[in-house]
Design a protein around this ligand. Structure first.
Ligand SMILES: [Zn+2]
Length: 163
């Protein structure tokens, strides 16, 4: 799969809910995980591969090997507290990294590939990755989570690079 690069308009769109987890959906998930791994990413959201639907894949950080991936379908953040700073980049804005503000703890409910609801209470990097990928489903890129002044400076550089 090709990764959509800023300023591709699909990255700014709000995605629609997944209505059907069928075999072609599962195939897309497999391909997304492969695409994420070959790009050395730790997360990849559907709009980043041209699918405007609410799901994402990411590394399972609860597993020491980091080989396993998680799939979150129609995720909803139901609780969020605390504040941390995290240095982030994005496969859709290659080459740019900066500090952004995130919640420290969240609870996020999502469906898995069997259509079962799973409740996650991630901490640390898993929480940050969930929030970064979740934002993609609302058309939000990581610079939006910076202070306005820092965001404006970074966006100027990004616009210069990709426009
Ligand atoms: Zn991203």
């Amino acid at each position: 799969m090709d990764i959509k690069i800023y300023p591709d308009p699909i990255l700014k769109q709000e995605c629609k809910e997944v209505s059907n987890i069928d075999s072609s959906f599962v195939r897309n998930i497999d391909n997304m995980i492969k695409t994420m791994k070959s790009a050395d990413g730790i997360g990849l959201a559907a709009p980043q591969v041209g699918i405007s639907e609410r799901f994402f894949v990411c590394v399972d950080f609860s597993n020491d090997s980091k080989e396993d991936s998680l799939v979150l379908i129609n995720p909803v953040i139901v609780k969020a507290e605390g504040r941390i700073e995290s240095k982030e980049g994005c496969l859709s804005i290659p080459g740019f990294y900066d500090y952004v503000f995130r919640y420290e703890y969240i609870q996020i409910n999502a469906l898995d590939l069997d259509g079962n609801e799973i409740i996650y209470n991630p901490e640390g990097i898993q929480s940050v990755v969930f929030q970064h990928e979740y934002d993609h489903l609302d058309g939000i890129l990581f610079p939006e989570r910076m202070s306005k002044i820092k965001k404006d400076i970074l966006m100027k550089k990004i616009d210069k690079e990709f426009r």
